[in-house]
Design a protein around this ligand. Sequence first.
Ligand SMILES: Cc1cc2nc3c(=O)[nH]c(=O)nc-3n(C[C@H](O)[C@H](O)[C@H](O)COP(=O)(O)O)c2cc1C
Ligand code: SF4
Length: 343
Amino acid sequence: MKKIFDPIQLNYLAVKNRLVRSATWEGTANPDGSVTEEAYEIYEELAKGGVGAIITGFTSVALHDYYFDGMMRLCDDSLIPQYKKLTDIIHKENVPVITQLALGAYYREKNGRYMQVEPDDMTEEEIHYVIRQFIDASIRAQKAGFDGVQIHAAHFFFLSRFISPAVNHRKDAYGGTIKNRSRILLQIMDGIRKETEDLHITVKINSNDFTYGGLKESESLAICKLLDQAGIDSIEVSGNGTSVGGIRPHVNEGYFAPFAAEVAYNVSCPVIVVGGFRSLDTMEDLLNKTKLELISLSRPLLREPDLPNKMKADPAVISKCISCNACYSSPSHKCIFRGRDLS
Ligand SMILES: Cc1cc2nc3c(=O)[nH]c(=O)nc-3n(C[C@H](O)[C@H](O)[C@H](O)COP(=O)(O)O)c2cc1C
Ligand code: SF4
C-alpha cells in the first residue's frame, strides 16, 4: 500500500513523501539569470511547506534565450554561488531540489543580433552546441548543489518541438523516425551522466502535443521506453495545454493520469504524473491502482505552498486552487488569491 506521506528512495534522491513541486516559472530572475531575493523567499516558503521534492521553474541553459521573461539561467559559472545559496535554503528544510533545464528556443547570432531558429533550419553543429549547453548547465547545477536535473522536453519548449513530428522534418540522423528525433534527448542524458556524478536525471515529456500532426501517446510512450532503456532516473508526464482549467476535486482530477499509468506499466523507472490534482484521497488512490510512484503539483502550491503540511495534518483538506490560471499573468506568478484568504 503506497501512502503519500511515506518516504521513497529514487536514484540519488531520498524523498520524504510522494508529493513533488512541479516546475513553475516565477519570472523573477534578472535578464542575466541572476537570482533575486524574491526567488529565495518563494523557495524557502515552498521548502517549509512540506513538499517531498522541488523542481525549479524552467532554467535556461543559454544566455541568449528570449523565450520568456525572468527565466533563471545556468548559463555561466559566475552564477553558481547564487544558485548555491538557493539550494542551501531549500536543503535546510531537508528537501531535495532538481533544476528544470530548458531551452525556450535556439537563437542564432548574426552581426550581433539573435534570431530564433527552428529545428529544421539548424546545422548539426548547432545541435551539438545545444547538447553541450545542457551538459554544461548540468555540471554547473551539480556545483551549485542541485540533487538532480530535469530535461524539459514538454510544452513545446525547444526539445519538445524537436521531438515533435509536427515541427521536426529533418532528413538526417536527428529527424524522421522516433529514434532519430529522440537522439538529442538521449545524447543530452548520456552526456550529463558521463560528466556529472550521482545526479538524478529526469525528463518532463508531453503525452500529446494536442497539435495537428504532433506527438501522440503512442510516440510519447516509445520515447519514454527509449529513455528508460538508456537509464533515465524518472519520467514526469505532462502535455501541451498543461494547466487545464475547471478542475473539480473528486470529479475530474488528474487529466494525464491514464496515459501516465500506461507509461508506468511499460518502463522500469519511477513515473511522476502532473496535472490537476487537488485532493489527497484521489492522489493516493491513483498511486495504489497503478504503478505510478509520485504526483507533482504546480498551481495548488502557488495557492498554498504549505498544502502538503495541511494535508498531512488533515487528509480531508482539499486544495483551494480553482484552476483559473490568473497566476500565469500575475506579478511573479503569485496566486491572485494569496493574502486575501478569509479562511
Ligand atoms: C504560473 C505557471 C508557471 C509554470 N511554469 C512551468 C515551468 O517552468 N515548467 C514546466 O514544465 N511547467 C510549468 N508550468 C506547468 C506546471 O508545472 C504543471 O504542469 C501544470 O500547471 C499542471 O499542474 P497543476 O494542475 O498542478 O497546476 C507552469 C504552470 C503555471 C501555472
Ligand atoms: S491564480 Fe491561484 S487559484 Fe487561480 S489557478 Fe493560479 S494558483 Fe490556482
